[in-house]
Structures are given as structure tokens and as C-alpha cells.
Write a new protein. Structure first.
Length: 185
């Protein structure tokens, strides 16, 4: 059965491609802010499920649907996309040398059944100089990334990571270690 990834995220697409999974990407059209309330794990799970429901409601034939939502939490507050390079720099100054949590909610729809869950990973960042921060912000479109950083392997932001407790893929936006077995069932 064909897979639909309900996402426009290039990072999520890349994670599935690296696993050799064929899929069609469709961006769900929901107002995430309507569902962005409550504790962080419940928020990402709820938003992921709403994304899946929007895709499912528009299916023309039976498909597997996979959606996800990721939020970064630092000192009890959600760190969304910074929106500008200046704000990304400010955010990096705040989080570097500290730890934050990444929560990714996921939903898999298969044969009329919906599985939802949440994975958490804790990222410990090393400290960095002002020059490193500026160079990084100029080299990546971090203003459009949750938390304002990209720790994909081989990307410049990876050098700021001291340790990750949990799956790296959770931070990137799609915990493939948990999701792949759900797709194979």
C-alpha cells in the first residue's frame, strides 16, 4: 500500500528517503494554532493527529498516512520557528551551553486504524563563540526551523551538539526508529 507523508518538511522527507521508503508528500492544510495548547507532548500529538485527519478526509483510495509535528522546549517554553536570522541568533545565544527537549508527535493511519504517539529527546548543546553563531546563522535557513537550529548529520549545526538522549531523528522531526515498525505491520 502506498504511503503519504503529510508534511512539507525537507528534513522529514530526507529521513524517509534515507530509509529507502517510497512516498508521496502532501502538505496538510490545518491551522496548527487552533490545536496548540496544553502540555508539550499532548500538543504535538494532537497537531499530528489533526494533520493526519485532514489528509485522510481527502483520500481517494486507501493509503497509509504518516504525519508528525515537532516542538522544542527550553526552560518550560515552546521555541517555535524564529522567523528571522536576528531572532535565530538571539535564541542560539540563549540555548547554547544548555539543554532543551524535542518532542515529536506522530500519527500513522493504516487500514482504518490510527496509531499516535510522542517521542522525546534531550539535546545538550556546547557553548559557542559569537563568530560561530553568526557564521552558522548565515549558512543555514534557521529562521524556518523549530528551535532555530538544524542538527542533521553533516549540517553545520551538528557541531553545537554535545549529546542527545533519545533518538536524533526525534529532534530532526520524524522518529523513524519508532515509526518504521508501524509502517510494516
Amino acid at each position: 500500500m502506498a504511503l503519504i507523508l503529510g508534511s512539507s518538511s525537507p528534513r522529514r522527507k530526507r529521513l524517509l528517503e534515507e530509509e529507502g521508503i517510497d512516498f508521496e508528500a502532501r502538505a496538510p492544510e490545518i491551522d496548527e494554532e487552533k490545536f496548540n495548547y496544553g502540555e508539550m507532548p499532548e500538543r504535538v500529538k494532537r497537531i499530528s493527529k489533526k494533520k493526519a485527519e485532514e489528509i485522510i478526509d481527502n483520500l481517494e483510495e486507501e493509503r497509509i498516512v504518516l504525519t508528525a509535528d515537532t516542538m522544542i522546549e527550553f526552560r518550560g517554553k515552546a521555541l517555535g520557528k524564529p522567523g528571522s536570522k536576528k531572532k535565530a541568533e538571539e535564541r542560539l545565544r540563549e540555548i547554547l551551553g544548555n539543554s532543551c527537549n524535542a518532542y515529536t508527535g506522530y500519527t500513522v493511519y493504516r487500514k482504518g486504524e490510527i496509531d499516535t504517539g510522542v517521542e522525546k529527546a534531550t539535546i545538550k548543546f556546547r557553548e559557542a563563540s559569537e563568530e560561530e553563531i553568526r557564521d552558522y546563522v548565515e549558512s543555514e535557513p534557521v529562521e524556518n526551523m523549530a528551535g532555530g537550529f538544524n542538527i542533521n548529520r553533516g549540517k553545520p549545526g551538528e557541531k553545537f551538539v554535545e549529546d542527545i538522549e533519545g533518538y536524533r531523528s526525534t529532534v530532526v522531526g520524524l522518529p523513524v526508529e519508532v515509526i518504521l515498525p508501524l509502517l510494516e505491520e
